[in-house]
Design a protein around this ligand. Structure first.
Ligand code: NAI
Length: 298
């Protein structure tokens, strides 16, 4: 089956480099009209330069595709709304939002300033919320929408020196978990990507051999699937990189149940291995299911 995006309007944030560029090029090559958002600037978010977005727009056009640049930051509600306005003014609507924009300000927590913490949270978490918030009513009214949030192994599994980044990257998963429930009835589906790719953000962390295998274009097919009409899944986390694709989920152990009396500290201490044992674990799709499993039967 050939996947196409004809007549679909896509926003890709942070599309001037790395993964965002690869996502934008793939969507455009399959017929999408793409808003290439990127204010430019360094990996830490300092500076700015229209060339980043302009170059990718030129690449898309040279290949016969349709694209328009936008230079607004996702990290402010007004400028984020302007990214969506660019899509509506240029192409009449928005069907697809790929929240990809990102920055790094790595430091061990004791050396990290509150400013560097807030800045990273603003770009990754609030930026995702601001852009999606502006696009959501349009997609809901159209009864069609596909949203991707970009998470990271750093948030899911942990990376030394990335408390700001890891926190923000798991925040977008919590955000998705709620919007999954709100959007499904309107055919507005949302999924999270956990990519691994060699970009200017990660190249200093990897060996040359690893870099060669980790081309950003190897991640984009997953993103394109999540943006497609073929995708009927919502609320999942998808790992993609180096040609590997895999769903990630979290599970809850069967645990310990104390019924008929108040539990004590000693119940926890004496049974900690049983509480921690996930060999008979369960997957919940809403917090209500989890609460019912805990409360039920006691
Ligand atoms: P990159 O640095 O090549 O691209 C990020 C882009 O976001 C840049 O073009 C930058 O100008 C843009 N950007 C920064 N602040 C922005 C803002 N306020 N508004 C709009 N755009 C902004 O990095 P890469 O690796 O392509 O990262 C893309 C996304 O993937 C990020 O969200 C990153 O956290 C995530 N990610 C990347 C991984 C990797 O292995 N490369 C691993 C896990 C997650």
């Amino acid at each position: 089956m050939t996947v196409r995006f004809d007549n679909r309007v896509a926003i890709v944030t942070g599309a001037g480099n790395g993964l965002g560029r690869a996502h934008a090029l793939l969507l455009a090559s399959r017929g999408a009209k793409v808003v290439v958002n990127d204010p430019g600037g360094a990996v830490d978010g300092k500076g700015g330069d229209h060339a980043a977005a302009d170059k990718v727009v030129a690449e898309i056009k040279a290949a016969g595709g349709q694209a328009v640049p936008n230079y607004d930051s996702v990290a402010d509600p007004k400028s984020a709304a302007n990214i969506v306005k660019t899509a509506v003014d240029t192409y009449g609507t928005v069907d697809i939002v790929v929240n990809n924009a990102g920055v790094l300000r790595d430091k061990t927590f004791h050396n990290m300033t509150v400013e560097d913490f807030e800045f990273v949270v603003k770009v990754h978490f609030l930026g995702t919320a601001y852009v999606t918030h502006a696009a959501w009513p349009i997609m809901r009214a159209n009864a069609y929408g596909r949203v991707v949030v970009t998470s990271s192994n750093s948030g899911i599994y942990g990376t030394f020196g990335q408390a700001n980044y890891g926190g923000a990257k798991l925040a977008v998963v919590g955000f998705m978990n709620s919007l999954r429930l709100e959007g499904q009835k309107y055919n507005v589906l949302i999924n999270a990507l956990a990519p691994v790719a060699a970009t200017r953000m990660t190249e200093s962390l990897m060996t040359p051999e690893a870099l060669a295998k980790l081309r950003p274009e190897f991640v984009s097919p997953m993103v394109a699937y999540l943006c497609s009409e073929q995708c009927q899944r919502t609320g999942d986390i998808w790992s993609a990189g180096a040609g590997t694709f895999a769903r990630i989920e979290y599970r809850e152990a069967e645990g310990l149940r104390i019924a008929g009396r108040a539990p004590t500290i000693e119940d926890v201490v004496d049974n900690i291995e049983k509480i921690a044992d996930v060999s008979a674990s369960r997957v919940f799709r809403t917090s209500g299911e989890e609460v019912a499993a805990v409360v039920g039967g006691s």
